[in-house]
Design a protein around this ligand. Structure first.
Ligand code: KG4
Ligand code: ZN
Length: 358
């Protein structure tokens, strides 16, 4: 059965659309709102939804124009239904429902987190069961992914997500938003000092995470060394320029990154020990683009003699292709949603409320 699937992602500050057919990506478009939100040092929900509203129809038009396909050919419309910012999700859902009404395509609401985990399927096969570490701006979770649509959560962050810790640390340093990638790049110009910050929440027996204490440790260090905070930038500087001007900063960034990566690695290794049935180690979400995490996970996978499945950096952060890929999986399994599909805000579990449709 050949299905053409339109994927729509508007859960936070990226507007993403993609077309997939037969497990193959036909075309995708992505528009980041980074520049708009960086003026405020973080995502402003009202601005995010307005920008999705402005950009989504334009991106969909361009998607069809460039792919040479027609919207009437679409069999499945897959849309991120949460967790995310409510206003932003509603823009995507409204657009998806309108498209379904006008074309007769099948509607599928996609769990944004499951879509992150399945993003790697766009580049190859995931050997199941997979031990999945999901590290994004809003979530840090460990899963046993028994099959593409069966994910058992093993652990989660009790407070901040790893990406949030990166972004908040960057904000304390006055680095431009989103700061995760700046901290990553600056870390490359320095060496981590293992005594500078603690490895948070590892002296316990479970698989949960906590990053708020590490954030406090960084705040205390900066209070004692106020010279480490940068002046506010008008334009986005290159990390190298910052490193040259502020030689003390790379060590702080590398030490912070090391602490986050150590905590993630220790808990992931523990989860693997408890689930020897895992046939692969899967890492997903925006922070999976981090270079120190990628090399730590590659080392862990090698030690455990498991294949490491990690999307290329462009597929780690939010995008429409991962929504289309997960939507196709659901459609092929015979699922659909009806027009009463609801968006789910961050903090609420995503219900498994699909209907059987052929
Ligand atoms: O998955 P994602 O695009 O959005 C959410 O679903 O949250 O993840 C965004 C997060 C942000 O916190 C961003 O700073 C972080 O991923 N991030 C990184 C890197 N690239 C993106 N963190 C560390 N190093 C990176 N290279
Ligand atoms: Zn995401």
């Amino acid at each position: 059965m050949s299905l053409l699937c339109l994927g729509i992602e508007t859960s936070c500050d990226e507007t993403g659309v993609a077309l997939m057919e037969n497990g193959r990506l036909v075309q995708s478009k992505l528009r980041s709102q980074e520049d708009l939100h960086s003026l405020y040092g973080g995502v402003v929900p009202e601005i995010a939804s307005r920008e999705h509203l402005r950009m989504l129809p334009k991106l969909v038009d361009a998607l069809f124009q460039e792919s040479g396909r027609e919207i009437g050919e679409v069999d499945v419309v897959a849309v991120a239904r949460g967790p995310g910012l409510m206003g932003s999700l509603l823009v995507g859902l409204g657009f998806a429902k309108g498209t379904v009404l006008s074309t007769g395509a099948r509607l599928l609401g996609v769990n944004h987190l499951l879509a992150h985990l399945l993003a790697a399927e766009l580049e190859g096969q995931i050997p199941y069961p997979a031990l999945g570490l999901l590290v994004s701006g809003g979530h840090t979770q460990l899963y046993l992914l028994k099959s593409p649509l069966e994910a058992e959560m093993l652990g989660r962050s009790l407070d901040d997500a790893a990406g949030e810790a990166f972004d908040k640390t960057a904000k304390m340093l006055n680095l431009p938003y989103p700061g995760g990638v700046y901290i990553d790049e600056l870390s490359g110009f320095g060496t981590a000092d293992p005594d500078l910050f603690p490895v948070p929440f590892v002296d316990n027996a479970h698989l949960d995470f906590s990053f708020s204490g590490l954030k406090t440790a960084v705040a205390n260090h900066l209070a004692a060394h106020p010279d480490l905070r940068l002046e506010q930038f008008q334009q986005r500087p290159e990390a190298k320029q910052i490193a040259v001007k502020h030689p003390g900063l790379p060590k702080v960034c590398a030490s912070f990154s090391r602490s986050v990566v150590r905590a993630l690695s220790i808990k992931t290794k523990r989860a693997l020990a408890r689930h020897p049935e895992a046939a692969s180690l899967l890492v997903a979400g925006g922070v999976a683009a981090n270079s120190m995490l990628r090399s730590a996970m590659s080392q862990l996978a090698q030690e455990q003699q498991l294949p490491l499945i990690i999307p290329s950096p462009g597929l780690c952060t939010d995008n429409g292709a991962m929504i289309a890929a997960a939507g196709l999986r659901l459609a092929e399994a015979g699922y659909c949603h009806h027009l009463d599909l609801e968006a789910v805000p961050r903090g609420r579990p995503i219900p498994w409320d699909y209907s059987a449709c052929s």
